[in-house]
Design a protein around this ligand. Structure first.
Ligand code: 0RA
Length: 634
């Protein structure tokens, strides 16, 4: 009997690819830069799965000049034998059938959280071109696709004495807003992955500039090196990094931690290499056990008196850098962004491991243990003082009838969803903003100059700052142990500072405070940066605004350079209220930069570097990122 041109199975495949092309965001989150980079991570994740299974030691990623990307690994190679049910080679099924990823053989842990794990077929469907090369069983096989459809059957093209898979794809520039990859973004992600995969060598290269940009990530110390990296720009409180691991049934946990002399907490958790930003059972287990273990130790050693209260969890975590990495068979990802681990069995595993091994560490390292307890005691005293101060303020403000800060010009709306607050630097800009605003839904809070650098202060000092008090009361959420996102008085918190060095500094100080004390506001996407214009070009009595040097050039090209006047705005105060409204505050015309927390590890690093103690790394960072980090251009 003759095979029909299209079998029912082919139709399933085509429908699947069609669905992906029709609604790409459903599969990769967005068609912006984030979605684009996701394609790279998706392809790399397949190689990482092969490394997790113990068969791959090297992954090479290359960004080519034509915006195609190659991911090469030295794993077993995607199987090429025919899959009976489909009458096609397995590799073709993996590349064309939705969710066909782990069907061929038990591959152990799968990276499949959040948006990950959508499968190579999704990348294929969204690529103009994709070529796969498999080295396996002594031969080389090759197949190419266009928009997910094979151009020809899989072909044996030669012999090989190695094994591995190489995939090159070119994202569809009609689907994606841009197909320009960021070396830094991919590097950051791959560095993180390399930390979590002890010994795996990940090389990254961009051929887009010459000489090619290259980086190699390989950490023999795994998450121990990760913690060293987190504390690189801080002063460690003890030399030895605590490391512990445990296994039970199909799950394993690995933890590394070290205290530093700072006041912030940097705990990052991962499940199957996925950054679980919303935490979950592993984080709960870790925190519980840490609190219990340190309290037990302190009491046993007489460092806490009979009458003393237990040390609080937050006090014990002050200045702690830690990585909690779990690997499990069937991870359940929950939460708003699907980055909260739900598997209940993990909590006990982590609790037991930390309880047992960390108390061993404390017993075996008495001077380290003392340092840890003393730091927690200090933190706890500071927190108690802060709490008392806060209660006093609360009572005082209740007597004053209105508890909102005096300098807040609030909006009349009481609906947080539609209310905005502009945090403005200085009284003069504050005055302009108050005149410019729509008082129905726009509130203005002027802050006096530079607020306290919270990276260098303990909570009691932070709360003693008048500017920060005003900010906290205005935002309404409370901080720290009382933080409640549902009490946010505005769902748009807009930082509006001058477009100069001081403005950038103040903006970073405010962001540092929000990041360290109200991180959920950032995660919820409530925080924005206003974009005031940099130039005003007056031409034939018309005002044209430019928001960047490039835009100014374009404007000047368009209108010519005769009879024009170019004004560079140094501060918001130079604009009259109408101009300020038109350029920066009118929702119909303004652009706001949303501050997101895609990469919490990177954010922590940036704030530590910019606001911490060490000068050298700060200078290096600023020199390196002077051009591309817009809001950190101090
Ligand atoms: C299924 C089964 C096996 C390996 C793979 C998939 C595999 C997939 C990718 C994707 C990129 N690199 C990869 N490397 C391997 C195991 C087959 C066997 O038992 O040999």
């Amino acid at each position: 009997m003759k095979e029909p041109a299209y079998s029912a199975k082919d139709i399933t495949v085509l429908e699947g690819l069609e669905a992906v092309r029709k609604r790409p965001s459903m599969y990769i989150g967005s068609t912006g830069a984030k979605g684009l980079h996701h394609l790279v991570y998706e392809v790399a994740d397949n190689s990482i799965d092969e490394a997790l299974a113990g068969f791959c030691t090297e992954i090479d990623i290359t960004i080519h000049e034509d915006n195609s990307v190659t991911v090469k690994d030295n794993g077993r190679g995607i199987p090429v034998d025919n899959v009976k049910k489909y009458g096609k080679p397995a590799v073709e099924i993996v590349l064309t059938l939705l969710h066909a990823g782990g069907k061929f053989g038990d591959k152990g842990y799968r990276v499949s959280g959040g948006l990950h794990g959508v499968g190579l077929s999704v990348v294929n469907a969204l690529s103009k071109l994709l070529r796969v090369e498999v080295h396996r069983d002594g031969f080389v096989y090759e197949q190419s696709y266009a928009f997910g459809k094979p151009k020809a059957p899989l072909k044996k093209i030669g012999e090989s004495d190695v094994t591995g898979t190489t995939i090159t794809f070119m994202a569809d520039d009609k689907t994606f807003e841009s197909v320009d990859y960021s070396f830094e973004t991919i590097a950051q992600h791959m560095r993180e992955t390399a930390f979590l995969m002890k010994g795996l060598k990940i090389s990254l290269k961009s051929e887009k500039i010459s000489p090619a940009e290259e980086a190699v990530f390989c950490y023999e110390g795994g998450i121990l090196d990760f913690v060293r990296h987190l504390n690189a720009n801080k002063q460690a409180s003890h030399q030895k990094i605590v490391y512990l691991e445990a296994k039970k049934d199909d799950a394993e946990v690995e933890i590394a931690m070290q205290y530093n002399l700072g006041y912030t907490e940097s705990i990052f958790t991962f499940a199957n290499n996925i950054n679980t930003q919303e935490g979950g059972t592993h984080l709960v287990g870790f925190k519980n056990a840490l609190t219990r273990t340190v309290n037990d130790y302190a009491r046993n050693k007489g460092l806490l008196k009979e009458k003393d209260n237990n040390l609080g969890g937050e006090d014990i975590r002050e200045g702690l850098a830690a990585i909690v990495s779990v690997k499990l068979k069937d991870p359940q990802f929950e939460g708003q962004t699907k980055t909260k681990l739900g598997n209940t069995e993990i909590r006990g595993l982590v609790e037991n491991a930390v309880g047992e091994k960390f108390s061993e560490f404390l017993d075996e390292n008495p001077s380290e243990a003392r340092a840890i307890v003393h730091k927690a005691v200090d933190a706890s005293l500071a927190r108690a003082a802060a709490r008392k101060a806060r209660e006093l303020t609360r009572r005082k403000s209740m007597l004053e009838s209105s508890s909102l800060p005096g300098k807040l010009a609030d909006c009349s709306s009481r609906d947080p969803k539609t209310s905005e607050i502009y945090i403005v630097e200085g009284d003069s800009a504050g005055g302009s903003a108050k005149q410019a605003r729509d008082r129905g839904y726009q509130a203005i809070l002027p802050l006096k100059g530079k607020i306290l650098n919270v990276e260098k202060a303990r909570i009691n000092k932070v709360l003693a700052s008048e500017e920060i008090q005003a900010l906290i009361t205005a935002l309404g959420t409370g901080i720290d142990e009382d933080f409640d996102l549902n009490s946010a008085r505005y769902h748009k918190i807009i930082i509006m500072t001058d477009a100069d060095v001081d403005g950038a500094h103040i903006r970073t100080l405010i962001l540092t405070f929000l990041y360290r004390y109200m991180q959920e506001l950032l995660l919820a996407g409530y925080v924005y940066i206003a974009q005031p214009p940099l130039y005003k070009v007056t031409h034939k009595k018309q005002d044209l605004y430019s928001y960047s040097d490039g835009e100014l050039e374009e404007t000047l090209k368009r209108i010519g350079r005769n009879n024009i006047n170019v004004q560079r705005y140094k501060g918001l105060g130079e604009m009259n209220p109408i101009q300020l409204w038109d350029t920066t505050m009118d929702p119909e015309q303004r652009t706001l930069l949303k501050v997101n927390l895609d990469d919490a590890v990177l954010a922590d690093e940036i704030f530590t570097t910019l606001m911490g103690d060490k000068v050298e790394p700060r200078r290096d960072f600023i020199i390196k990122h002077a051009k591309d980090v817009r809001f950190l251009d101090i």
